[in-house]
Design a protein around this ligand. Structure first.
Ligand SMILES: Cc1cc2nc3c(=O)[nH]c(=O)nc-3n(C[C@H](O)[C@H](O)[C@H](O)COP(=O)(O)OP(=O)(O)OC[C@H]3O[C@@H](n4cnc5c(N)ncnc54)[C@H](O)[C@@H]3O)c2cc1C
Length: 300
């Protein structure tokens, strides 16, 4: 088995970006990707220079076409279900039974959003139920808009989203945990707070039309902001023993080295700033840092 310089697990924006830097450094790398980026539910991606409004899949497919000219970079469409540290590197095993050994491991595995169990929610996710105003706020500016959140997240959203629309209501899906001071501040800015339990979401092919409450009442709207819980997409960091932060992100140093030597991480799995631009930026640095580690070791 010919050893790879690096195995990149996850071949979306962060992984592809790491591969570009490594391919240009003539490093032998394999990108193994299962093809489920977190933004696959959104028809359009915004706020990434030169690709504003492009579809998420088109951005990665353009990157893959550009990567094809680097002969030391290869792709495998598969799921990695096992990784193990071994002498001077790592062994990687895929679901289809293929085995690879690599000197370095790059985790670009992303995170998985755990959507609330509300009828209609998943149909609207990424279309009219959105998490980030920088990504999708401009498209629904000035529209009748809701925020589904509670506590400090709700307060932060209220402050932020009123720059995109003044037609704003906060829904806490049950009694809220906002302090009296936070409630007053929010209401002072003409943002209503509704604490009723949500029963379902009425929509037309993912375009939100109304929230329906358990008491049978309804509120119409065009967009709803919310930040679902998320978990690491893959158990691999756990198997490797990578430490995580309080937010369940991989703990990395300023050069994206995880707490396990030779394992680097980039993109959403290690950053709360979820954006294509950030994933690409961190992947770019991880590519250079991986090459740096390899060159230093080879120079010994
Ligand atoms: C609905 C939605 C809309 C968004 N819209 C925007 C937007 O408009 N603009 C913007 O800048 N950002 C947007 N974002 C954020 C952006 O999509 C993420 O920040 C970005 O996708 C992170 O890139 P990543 O490479 O870290 O992870 P991802 O893109 O999530 O990719 C991770 C990849 O790793 C693969 N993988 C994971 N584990 C394994 C394994 N064990 N073996 C093989 N493969 C594996 C997955 O299949 C996946 O392909 C949006 C996010 C969501 C959820």
């Amino acid at each position: 088995m010919n050893k790879l310089d690096a195995a990149i697990i996850g071949g979306s924006y962060a992984g592809l970006s790491a591969a570009l830097a490594l391919g240009r450094a003539m490093r032998k790398v394999l990108i193994i990707d299962a093809g489920s980026p977190c933004n696959r539910f959104a028809p359009h991606s915004h706020n990434f220079l030169t690709q504003d409004g492009e579809s998420p899949a088109m951005i990665s497919s353009k990157a893959r076409v550009q990567l094809e000219k680097y002969k030391s970079v290869s792709f495998l469409n598969d799921w990695v279900d096992k990784v193990e540290g071994m002498d001077l590197g790592f062994e990687v095993q895929t679901k289809s039974g293929q085995l690879f050994s690599a000197k370095k491991l790059i985790l670009a595995t992303g995170v998985r959003d755990v959507l609330p169990d509300i009828q209609g929610f998943s149909d609207c996710w990424g279309k009219s139920i959105i998490h980030c105003p920088y990504c999708h706020g401009y498209e629904v500016k000035l529209e009748t808009t809701g925020i589904l959140a509670d506590g400090d997240v709700a307060y932060h959203y209220a402050q932020l989203i009123r720059n995109w629309t003044k037609n704003l209501t906060l829904y806490t899906n049950g009694s809220c945990s906002l302090s009296e001071e936070q409630k007053t501040k929010i209401q002072d800015h003409s943002i209503r707070i509704i604490e009723k339990k949500i029963q379902r979401i009425e929509h037309n092919q993912g375009q939100m039309e109304a929230l329906i409450f358990e008491d049978g009442t309804r509120e119409t709207m065009r967009a709803l902001y919310t930040r679902p819980h998320f978990e690491q997409s893959s158990e691999l960091p756990k198997f490797l023993g990578c430490e995580t932060t309080e937010m369940n992100l991989l703990k990395v140093d300023p050069f994206y080295q995880t707490t396990i030597p030779g394992v680097l991480a980039c993109g959403d799995n290690a950053s709360p700033l979820r954006s294509v631009a950030n994933a690409v930026a961190s992947g770019n640095i991880v590519g250079a840092m991986t090459n740096n580690q390899l060159t230093e070791e080879e120079f010994e």
